[in-house]
Design a protein around this ligand. Structure first.
Ligand SMILES: [Zn+2]
Length: 187
């Protein structure tokens, strides 16, 4: 079972990355297709502030959620995944992600001790997902965080995304501000 989860997790990470590359390659050739996201979406669980962190920041400067909210100063900003409903309209949040402090410390240690050229292909989160150390997850219509590696039954099938949304690659809403990396802190 553990092995299966690993395979599925890796498959999802790979599919996500390839999807972004594929979509990015299609920009301009078909304006109806969604563009590759410019930023990762974050939402503060304390004050509700919504913002983005650029996806082009160097991997050595990468932060892992939760991070300090630039508006209220609490360390409660978690990663959000948004998708456009099948019927159209604004993207909606489908789920959230965050790590425990223990996981963050381990990823920082790996990041700081790994050569940058290796990190381009083996970033901390991919490595940790392969080792069963996936982030905690929460669906937008539920209250509780859970660990998908320990409670796989709580994860929803991938087909739900395909059924409900136009895209399977998360989108970043144009109207959300993108915070400068210098304004964001881990602790
Ligand atoms: Zn806040």
């Amino acid at each position: 079972m553990k092995r299966l989860i690993t395979v599925l997790t890796v498959a999802c990470v790979v599919a996500g990355t390839m999807g972004v590359v594929w979509l990015a390659g299609c920009n301009g050739s078909n304006s109806d297709r969604p563009k590759a996201p410019k930023a990762q979406a974050y939402l503060c669980e304390s004050c509700g502030h919504k913002f983005g962190m650029s996806l082009s920041i160097p991997v050595k400067q990468k932060l892992f959620p939760p991070i300090v909210c630039p508006k209220c100063g609490k360390r409660t900003a978690v990663r959000a995944y948004l998708y456009v409903p099948k019927g159209g309209g604004e993207p909606v949040i489908y789920r959230y992600e965050k790590y425990t402090d223990k996981q963050i410390e381990a990823m920082e240690k790996y990041r700081d001790s790994t050569p940058v050229e290796q990190l381009q292909f083996e970033d901390p989160e991919t490595i940790f997902a392969m080792e069963q150390d996936a982030p905690l997850m929460k669906y937008a219509d539920e209250d509780k965080w859970f660990n998908p590696a320990k409670e796989p039954a709580k994860s929803r099938p991938f087909s739900e995304l395909q059924t409900r949304f136009k895209n399977i690659i998360p989108v970043f809403p144009e109207s959300w501000p993108i915070e400068k990396r210098d304004n964001l802190k881990q602790r």
